[in-house]
Ligand binder design. Structure first.
Ligand code: AMP
Ligand code: MN
Ligand code: MN
Ligand code: MN
Length: 283
């Protein structure tokens, strides 16, 4: 168990629990630090901070969607100043893009037999939440039309499936720039989940580095131990700091806050970055 978890979702994007419930769970699990990193959204952070009540450090973050060589790549911003106007403008642009996309996914799901898919998925979400494919996957599963959320995703929503909508997100450079404008650190999320060959992964890391990215997730959930060692070695090669995050979305068997995300002993953790100095990390 790690007491530091730097990647999770609340019901302000595709997490099942409200920000207050996520924070309460983190406190119960004895976490010392939790970053709230909803997809293209910072609106859960206020509630999270209010619930913390001095029992846990809440790190303001967001998981920004970008496109690199036709692949959707997630860049997590940590230690963000949420009052930054440029960050707020960027998030607003992403929100608008996501509404248009969610409506189009809904239209495609209608053709696949899910009447009023957008409205009904929205009705299941918290008010003002970002509607992601994760929300649609849970909606389909809730109707008993798939045997798991993963199956719903794989059958209807991923590339090549009936309700897939191709979206061009901003370039990685734009996401890194806006994170820096907001005083944050840019972290490449779950590098092993993009199903890139090692050569393509290294090209991605080189580009991310050129753009000013500082860190990659070395420890994320559902990862093989050899991945962690490999990613840690890439940190050394490219000069990245190592981050750890569960990518918690809902209570399940394999994923939980702080679970299975310990960094290797010789890792240089992301909280060594100067931007982390006010968050009382262990040194
Ligand atoms: P989006 O940002 O709208 O493209 O949605 C991406 C989200 O869908 C991810 O953050 C995950 O929460 C979820 N997701 C991605 N792949 C899968 C999968 N294979 N099974 C279930 N959910 C997934
Ligand atoms: Mn998600
Ligand atoms: Mn992600
Ligand atoms: Mn995530």
């Amino acid at each position: 168990m790690s007491s530091i978890d730097l990647h999770c979702h609340t019901s302000m994007s595709d997490g099942a629990l409200r920000p207050a419930e996520v924070v309460s769970r983190a406190i119960e699990r004895n976490l010392s630090h939790l970053a709230i990193t909803d997809h293209d959204c910072i609106s859960g952070i206020e509630e999270a901070k209010m619930t913390a009540d001095g029992k846990i450090e809440i790190i303001p973050g967001s998981e920004l969607s970008t496109t690199f060589n036709n692949t959707q790549i997630h860049i997590v911003g940590l230690f963000l100043d949420c009052s930054c106007q440029k960050l707020q403008d960027f998030i607003k642009g992403q929100f608008e893009k996501r509404i248009q996309r969610a409506v189009r996914i809904g239209e495609k799901l209608e053709k696949a037999g899910f009447a009023n898919a957008y409205e009904r998925t929205k009705a299941q979400a918290t008010e003002g939440a970002i509607i992601t494919r994760g929300n649609y996957a849970r909606f389909i599963y809730s109707l008993g039309k798939a045997s798991s959320v993963d199956d719903a995703f794989n059958y209807y929503l991923k590339k090549g499936r009936p309700a897939y909508v191709n979206t061009i997100w901003p370039d990685i450079r734009e996401a890194v720039e806006v994170i820096h404008e907001a005083g944050g650190v840019a972290v490449l999320a779950h590098p092993r989940r993009y199903t890139l060959t090692n050569t393509k992964l290294r090209s991605l890391l080189e580009y991310f580095k050129q753009c000013g990215g500082e860190s990659i997730e070395v420890a994320s959930c559902q990862q093989r131990p050899c991945d962690r060692e490999y990613l840690n070695s890439l940190c050394e090669k490219y000069g990245f700091l190592a981050s750890c995050g569960s990518d918690f979305h809902y209570i399940g068997t394999w994923r939980d806050l702080g679970l299975h995300i310990d960094l290797p002993q010789n890792a240089n953790p992301v909280w060594l970055a100067p931007q982390a100095k006010d968050y009382h990390f262990p040194l």
